[in-house]
Design a protein around this ligand. Structure first.
Ligand code: NAD
Length: 373
C-alpha cells in the first residue's frame, strides 16, 4: 500500500495513549538526561468560543491530546461553564470572556488562536472580532451562512494578516485522506459516479431548524459533508452546475423556515456527477465513488469514529487515528507557527458557501444552476 503524503504524522493509538499516561514522568527523566537539547517549542494558546455540544463533547477531549496547542481561554454566555473549563485546562478566570467582551482577547498575549463553535449565523461576526483582535481563527462549518458574509470574514482575516481555517475534521481522517489519494492518483480512473447521503432524525426543534441562526436546514449542517466528499472525489475541484429538489415536509411544524431534506446533484467539468441527499428526517451517512477501474465505499462515512472504507479491492487496511479534531487543531497550530496555509482554508469555506448558495437557488427555481466560484 502506498503511503499517503497528506497524512499527518502521529503515533499509533497505543503509543499515543501510553505517552499521555507516562508523559509527565518520562518527560522529566528525559529532560534531566538531555539538558543540552533545545526545549520543544511552546504550545500555542487557543480560546474556544461557544461551549455547547461540539466544544464540550468533542473539542475538549481532543484538546487533552493536542501536542501543539492548549486551551488558554473561552468565550461563553455562561460564567459557570467558563469556570469548569478554566479548572479543567488550568487557565485563569480572567481569561473567561463573554460574547460582549470577546474583543478584549486582543489584550491576552497567551491566546494565539480563536476557535468559533457557535450557531452558524454567528460565525462571520465572531471570526471578524477575532481577526480584528489579531488572533488566528478556526471557524466551525459551515464557514458562514451566506457568500457575502464569507467574503467579509475572509477579507477581515486577510486585512489583519491572520490565518483562517474551517473545522473540516475529515481532512485529517485517514479514510478520507485515502479517498483524496485515490482521486488524485486515479487508481480507479476518473471517479465519475458519486453518490452520498448524510442526515439525522431531529428529535425536537433546536437552533439548527431556525433560519436566523442556522442559515438553512440540513444542507448547511449535514449536507455540507457530502459537498466536501464529492469535491474530494473530484480531486479538489468544485462543481460547475447543480440541480436540487427539496423534500416534501413530513413535520412542517418543526421545519417552518428551513428545508427538512434535499436531493441535489453536482456536475463537474470532467463529466463526473454526484447525486446527493441530506435530511433531518433520517439517520444516514454514506458516500460512494465509482470509476471505470473500481469503486470506493465509505459507510459509515462521516462520523467522529467508526468510519469504514471498502474498495473494489477489499476492506481498507488503514487504522483509525485517535482524534480527527486533535489532528486538525495541531495541524492549524503548525500552519500558524510555520506560516503555511491550512489545507482546510478560509477559501475552501468560501467555495462551499458558493456551492451551497447555488444549491438553494436551484431548489428555489427548479433550474440547473451555474456555480460561480
Ligand atoms: P450547540 O447548540 O450544542 O452549542 C452552541 C453553543 O453556542 C452553545 O453553548 C450556546 O450557548 C452558544 N450560543 C452562543 N450564542 C448563541 C445564540 N445566539 N443562540 C444559541 N446558542 C448560542 O451546537 P453545536 O452542536 O456545538 O454546534 C456549534 C457549531 O459547531 C455549529 O456551527 C455546528 O455546525 C458545528 N459543529 C461541527 C461539528 C463537526 O463535526 N465539525 C459537529 C457539531 C457541530
Amino acid at each position: 500500500m502506498k503511503m499517503n503524503p497528506d497524512l499527518p504524522a502521529l503515533p499509533s493509538r497505543r503509543t499515543f495513549l501510553e505517552q499521555l499516561a507516562v508523559g509527565g514522568a518520562a518527560a522529566l527523566t528525559f529532560a534531566s538526561r538531555t539538558r543540552a537539547q533545545p526545549a520543544p517549542p511552546k504550545k500555542l494558546g487557543i480560546a474556544i468560543v461557544g461551549l455547547g455540544g461540539y466544544a464540550s463533547g468533542q473539542l475538549a477531549p481532543a484538546l487533552k491530546l493536542t501536542q501543539h496547542v492548549e486551551v488558554r481561554g473561552v468565550v461563553t454566555g455562561s460564567p459557570e461553564k467558563g469556570k469548569k473549563w478554566a479548572q479543567a485546562f488550568g487557565f485563569p478566570e480572567t481569561s473567561i470572556y463573554g460574547y460582549d467582551t470577546m474583543h478584549r482577547i486582543a489584550d491576552n498575549p497567551g491566546i494565539d488562536i480563536v476557535y468559533v463553535v457557535t450557531p452558524n449565523a454567528l460565525h462571520a461576526q465572531q471570526v471578524i472580532i477575532a481577526a480584528q483582535a489579531g488572533k488566528h481563527v478556526i471557524s466551525e462549518k459551515p464557514f458562514t451562512t451566506t457568500v457575502a458574509d464569507a467574503e467579509k470574514a475572509l477579507a477581515a482575516c486577510r486585512a489583519a494578516k491572520v490565518k483562517l481555517s474551517i473545522g473540516y475534521r475529515l481532512h485529517f481522517d485517514p479514510f478520507h485522506q485515502e479517498l483524496k489519494r485515490l482521486a488524485r492518483e486515479k487508481d480507479f480512473g476518473l471517479l465519475a459516479k458519486l453518490t452520498g447521503a448524510n442526515g439525522f432524525r431531529m428529535g425536537q426543534k433546536v437552533w439548527r431548524a431556525d433560519y436566523k441562526l442556522a442559515g438553512g436546514g440540513p444542507l448547511m449542517d449535514m449536507g455540507i459533508y457530502c459537498v466536501q466528499a464529492a469535491c474530494m472525489a473530484a480531486d479538489g475541484a468544485a462543481p460547475i452546475v447543480v440541480t436540487a429538489r427539496e423534500h416534501p415536509k413530513t413535520r412542517p411544524e418543526m421545519f417552518t423556515d428551513v428545508e427538512e431534506g434535499l436531493d441535489w446533484t453536482m456536475e463537474f467539468a470532467t463529466g463526473a456527477k454526484a447525486e446527493l441527499m441530506t435530511s433531518y428526517g433520517q439517520n444516514v451517512g454514506r458516500f460512494r465513488a465509482e470509476g471505470a477501474g473500481g469503486w470506493i465505499n465509505l459507510d459509515p462515512a462521516f462520523g467522529y469514529r467508526g468510519i469504514k472504507l471498502t474498495t473494489s479491492r477489499g476492506p481498507s487496511a488503514l487504522a483509525e487515528l485517535p482524534s480527527q479534531q486533535a489532528l486538525q487543531m495541531d495541524d492549524f497550530a503548525l500552519c500558524v507557527r510555520e506560516g503555511r496555509e491550512s489545507r482546510v482554508s478560509g477559501e475552501m469555506g468560501l467555495r462551499d458557501m458558493k456551492i451551497i448558495e447555488a444549491i438553494y437557488d436551484a431548489a428555489r427555481t427548479g433550474r440547473r444552476t451555474l456555480v460561480k466560484i
